[in-house]
Design a protein around this ligand. Structure first.
Ligand SMILES: CC(C)(COP(=O)(O)OP(=O)(O)OC[C@H]1O[C@@H](n2cnc3c(N)ncnc32)[C@H](O)[C@@H]1OP(=O)(O)O)[C@@H](O)C(=O)NCCC(=O)NCCS
Length: 142
């Protein structure tokens, strides 16, 4: 299996994102159209593409103020592609792109902390708001 990585989605359509992302987001996951919109809207993103199919098999996003601070809201690798180093490579590329920032934050469950610790991240505490009725995203412009 050959996977390529890119930091843009200029050549992608929603059809490239129909692989079954949003594990655990039932019953109202973002649509592939919304997925593409958030990849475009993020200041930074890295996608992993299976060269055999052309489909996205993993992605990570970041939003940055362009000066000091960045937040990493989303990282996911499709189940069939997990355990092959794709999540690590997505994060490695994103952190490299953000390495001029002072603070780079994300929230995660405790069981994933070892994965991020191996990338040099440290445990901290945080607070959050979750509007679960907006989990599929705001309406896209027509
Ligand atoms: C977390 C995730 C992105 C990792 O992607 P991946 O491509 O499977 O990761 P890698 O193959 O690079 O794994 C690297 C190492 O991290 C470990 N690891 C992966 N996922 C882990 C998890 N959820 N908890 C603990 N360790 C994990 C792997 O065992 C592997 O260790 P090894 O090399 O000793 O076997 C993937 O499991 C995923 O999409 N999970 C569902 C969504 C999610 O939890 N995203 C993070 C939100 S904060």
């Amino acid at each position: 299996m050959s996977v390529r990585y890119q930091d843009h989605v200029d050549d992608l359509s929603p059809d490239h994102l129909r692989g079954g992302f949003w594990d655990g987001w039932s019953p109202n996951p973002p649509t592939p159209e919304t997925h593409l919109a958030l990849l475009r809207g993020s200041t930074h993103r890295v996608v992993a593409i299976d060269e055999a199919t052309g489909h996205v098999v993993g992605f990570v996003t970041a939003v940055s103020d362009g000066v000091l601070c960045a937040y990493i809201p989303l990282l996911e690798v499709l189940p069939a592609y997990k355990g092959r180093g794709i999540g690590t490579e997505l994060m490695r590329r994103l952190l490299a792109a953000l390495d001029d920032h002072y603070m780079i934050d994300l929230l995660c469950d405790e069981d994933v902390q070892p994965f991020y610790a191996r990338l040099g991240m440290q445990t901290t505490t945080g607070m959050a708001v979750r509007n679960y009725d907006r989990q599929a995203g705001a309406d896209l412009p027509a």
